[in-house]
Design a protein around this ligand. Structure first.
Ligand SMILES: [Zn+2]
Length: 356
């Protein structure tokens, strides 16, 4: 098993990521395709990759003309369930990007070779569900943590903003100084607080001047409005735990979210957290938005062990700290999404009543 495209032995720069995305789509053209779902503040592509079964390629091509290569909700094809996996919302948490990229490559390879991956039947799963990855929601932020704010096209604005932490490697926000994971209009915008000092653009925790104001936020919203995802998982990097429920939406899932969470914490190291109870604090995150607006379960996994002040672990520790623990989580969520889908469409009326 050599000849891998994605190399996570050290810092994974944006140029390599974009190049690798194209190489992966070339190598696995029958099962992997990409689409640009938006542009960042600085005009970088925000890419979604769709991993689908071989048989779907014929249908996908047939749909190509109508939908510009992408499949909409109403297409016959999309009666298949879909799951969404997201990395790189927070700039400094680049382990989440590395994980998504490496999962894409491994799942493609194991699919092609019809091999189990750590007990998961990759071909069996991917033939049943499309797995969508947005590996880098915030490419401008990733550029900042790797190359400094002077590498940003928005340098003149950013240079006046406070960095919470020692240097640019602590940057979390996008290139407008907005924390994307506090920018989603989940119904809590008005009450969502920014702690003192973060109520203006800065390196982290500023929610923005308006809900859904950022192009990166808009890209994820439009993707979710176009594809019927049964479940979403978003990867972050602090504390080896999972946020799985908030008080604003938990009751609508009738225990489904907790069943998935309990199974996750049985299989993986990501500790089950308490239900988030204060929308002033949890509000406007992507996972909270997804639950509230899409009415489907969403999970936020914090991949690496907690470090004081938001300091990140060295990139070279990715395999040891993240990959060996998290490499099959995408397949786990895909399996759970199939179950959610069956529950939704097996008894649509009951699900609608449940999530009303
Ligand atoms: Zn984060």
């Amino acid at each position: 098993m050599d000849d891998f495209i994605v190399n996570t032995s050290n810092t994974y720069y944006l140029e390599s990521i974009y190049r690798d995305i194209d190489s992966l789509c070339d190598r696995y053209s029958k099962i992997l395709n990409k689409r640009v779902i938006g542009k960042s503040v600085e005009g970088r592509d925000i890419v979604v990759l769709q991993l689908h079964g071989e048989k779907d390629e014929i249908l996908r091509c047939a749909q190509n003309d109508k939908n510009g290569g992408f499949l909409d909700n109403n297409a016959q094809y999309n009666k298949k369930p879909n799951v969404l996996l997201v990395g790189g919302i927070h700039a400094r948490e680049d382990f989440s990007v590395m994980l998504c990229m490496k999962m894409i490559e491994y799942y493609c390879r194991y699919y092609n070779e019809s091999r189990d991956f750590d007990g998961y039947d990759v071909r069996g799963i991917v033939d049943k569900i499309d797995i969508y990855f947005v590996p880098v929601v915030n490419p401008d932020g990733l550029n900042i943590i790797h190359n400094g704010i002077e590498a940003s096209k928005n340098y003149d604005k950013l240079t006046d903003m406070k960095i919470w932490g020692e240097d640019h490697t602590y940057w979390k926000a996008n290139a407008n100084g907005v924390d994307l994971n506090k920018n989603f209009d989940d119904g809590n915008w008005e009450i969502r607080t920014c702690v003192t000092g973060t109520d203006v653009p800065c390196s982290d925790r500023f929610k923005g001047f308006r809900p859904d104001s950022e192009p990166e936020t808009a890209a994820l919203i439009s993707l979710c409005n176009n594809i019927d995802f049964s479940l979403m998982a978003t990867y972050h990097c602090s504390g080896n735990c999972t946020f799985w429920a908030d008080s604003g939406t938990h009751t609508m899932f009738n225990g489904l979210d907790e069943r998935i969470m309990d199974e996750l914490s049985e299989k993986y190291i990501y500790r089950k957290t308490k239900i988030s109870t204060d929308p002033k604090i949890y509000g406007c995150g992507f996972e909270n938005w997804f639950r509230a607006r899409m009415k489907r379960p969403a999970f936020c996994i914090e991949l690496s062990p907690y470090q004081e002040g938001g300091k990140q672990h060295p990139d070279s520790m990715f395999d040891e700290l993240v990959w060996q623990h998290a490499k099959t989580t995408g397949l786990f969520f895909a399996q759970k999404a199939i179950e959610v889908h069956d529950e939704i469409y097996g008894d649509a009326e009951r699900y609608a009543a449940m999530t009303r």
